[in-house]
Write a protein that binds this ligand. Structure first.
Ligand code: FAD
Ligand code: NAD
Length: 466
């Protein structure tokens, strides 16, 4: 029987990063993945394919609506080859997952293909082409998550679909009804709106992206409405029915009035649930919470001391970079180091265009915690860079402590916000004040100048260009 210092179950951004870090630290490492390709949700049916479709559909939208303003005229009609767009996405996924094979090989990590389950706390059975058992001194559970649904919804995966099917449709929907105005609903809703579908987003809360700063919800609603997406907030979905090619979604609005939506596709994007099916955690004595997550302490250790868990299968944000940070952290803990993650500084991004990005506390959270703060905001339209590219929607807002000026939260909507947020994360990791950022030189002309301007506004209301 093969024996390992560490076995990692699941090869998503949590699992494969944990495996690489373990190997780097000199541990004999195995990774077990039930699918034939490595990379988990993120690489196969999540981050990467959704960004590929967002990018392709963005180019299409630019060609149809924005090229002319730049003096680029396309004789005849701009044609969409949706099949090719989907094939390109598949090729991007293929290249990316093959990259993980390369990394496993390079780091001498043994890859086992098959469903991994605990025989006991130190033995894992792999049910693949053949059944085999390996012994592992330590195990890292990185089994990720699956789409959640509502109890009354029957996902037929044909017309009533999750993000997985929405990434590989064979046709562009005429009317896509999106249940849930969170990250997936908005990203994929925007893809299909750009490609010509009517898109209606039905959201239970009183605003879309309800966990982000309310100013971001407001701005993104405004911009996406301009793009033609219809929003129905404060609507509680009560039924979803399919008849032939038609899907009907029934909801009640905040006045308790019943509203029905009829379309040809319904995307259910109401969150994801931790996935431990088939893991047989009970054989190792690993505790699972009432919410179905693997229960861990602050060191991501389960109640069984040689078994750890990371990523979407444990508490916290379901984000690829959070899973990866946890992967590295656990590897280092097993190696006897003392690493640390500041969960407050894990950025959140929505890859719509304009992009939405956040780190730290929102205004709503600061108010609730009764923290006295200052707010500085700068509109993207006041930047020369934004006017040059034509990306004038959005703003950057910096919240800082009223007394100390320490940056407490940064929230942005705008072109390349996903990349700009990294500056805010660095500043906050080093506990910078708004004035520290305001005094740093930012290249001109860049979108990043809005970070400096918002910091100037937060320092003492002295933004230069508004
Ligand atoms: P996963 O990536 O889910 O990987 C778990 C792996 O474990 C899977 O491959 C699974 O097959 C395997 N597995 C499970 N059980 C077993 C078993 N018993 N034996 C063997 N293998 C097993 N996050 C971002 O940060 N940015 C984004 O832009 C982004 N976009 C997304 C878009 C979509 C459409 C979706 C659905 C998600 C997106 N996410 C994004 C979230 C991101 O994909 C997840 O947070 C991330 O994949 C979690 O990583 P993980 O390693 O914990 O689990
Ligand atoms: P989400 O939690 O982002 O959004 C779900 C939305 O559905 C919420 O706004 C919620 O209020 C709403 N909702 C819940 N029940 C409802 C109901 N009965 N009727 C109407 N609306 C309802 O979840 P998601 O968009 O499904 O994404 C799942 C996970 O994947 C998220 O945790 C997210 O972090 C991750 N993800 C991240 C990215 C990214 O980082 N860019 C992209 C996609 C997915």
């Amino acid at each position: 029987m093969s024996k390992y210092d560490v076995a990692v179950i699941g090869s998503g951004p949590g699992g494969y990063v944990a495996a690489i870090r373990c190997a780097q630290l000199g541990m004999k490492t195995a990774i077990i993945e039930k699918y034939n390709t490595l990379g988990g949700t993120c690489l196969n049916v999540g981050c990467i394919p959704s960004k590929a479709l967002l990018d392709s559909s963005h180019h299409y939208e630019e060609a149809i609506h924005h090229f002319e303003a730049h003096g680029i005229e396309i004789p005849g009609e701009v044609k969409l080859n949706f099949k090719k767009m989907i094939e390109r996405k598949a090729a991007v996924v293929d290249q990316t997952t093959k990259g993980i094979d390369f990394l496993m090989n390079k780091n001498k990590i043994d890859v086992f293909t098959g469903m991994g389950s605990f025989k006991d706390a130190t033995h894992i059975t792999i049910d693949g082409e053949k059944k085999q058992t390996i012994e592992a001194t330590n195990t890292i559970i990185a089994t990720g998550s699956k789409p959640a649904s509502l109890p009354f919804i029957e996902l037929d995966k044909d017309r009533i679909i999750t993000s997985t099917e929405a990434l590989s449709l064979k046709e562009i929907p005429k009317h896509m009804i999106v249940i849930g105005g969170g990250v997936i609903g908005l990203e994929l809703g925007q893809v299909y709106r750009r490609l010509g579908a009517e898109v209606s987003v039905v959201e239970y809360m009183d605003r879309i992206i309800p966990t982000m700063d309310s100013a971001q919800s407001k701005e993104l609603t405004k911009v996406m409405k301009k793009q033609g997406v219809k929003f129905y907030v404060s609507h509680k979905v009560s039924a979803v029915a399919k008849k032939g090619k038609e899907v009907t979604v029934t909801a009640t609005d905040k006045k308790d009035k019943e509203v029905t939506f009829t379309g040809d596709y319904c995307l259910v994007s109401v969150g994801r649930r931790a996935y431990t099916d088939g893991l047989k955690a009970e054989n190792a004595g690993v505790k699972i919470t009432e919410r179905g997550q693997v229960d861990v302490n602050e060191h991501l250790q389960t109640n069984v001391k040689n078994i750890y868990a990371i990523g979407d299968v444990v508490r916290g944000a379901m984000l690829a970079h959070k899973a990866s940070e946890e992967g590295s952290l656990v590897a280092e803990i097993i190696a006897g180091q003392k690493p640390h993650i500041d969960y407050n500084l894990i950025p959140g991004v929505v890859y719509t265009w304009p992009e939405v990005a956040s780190v730290g506390k929102t205004e709503e959270q600061l108010k609730e915690a009764k923290v006295e703060y200052k707010s500085g905001q700068f509109p993207m339209r006041a930047l020369g860079r934004s006017r040059a590219s034509g990306d004038t929607d959005g703003f950057i807002k910096i919240l800082s402590d009223k007394k100390t000026d320490e940056v407490l939260g940064v929230h942005m909507v705008g072109a390349r916000a996903a990349d700009l947020i990294a500056e805010a994360v660095v500043a906050m990791e080093f506990r910078a004040s708004a004035e520290d950022i305001a005094r740093m030189s930012h290249a001109h002309p860049t979108y990043a100048e809005a970070v400096k301007e918002a910091a100037l506004a937060a320092t003492d209301d002295r933004a230069l260009h508004i």
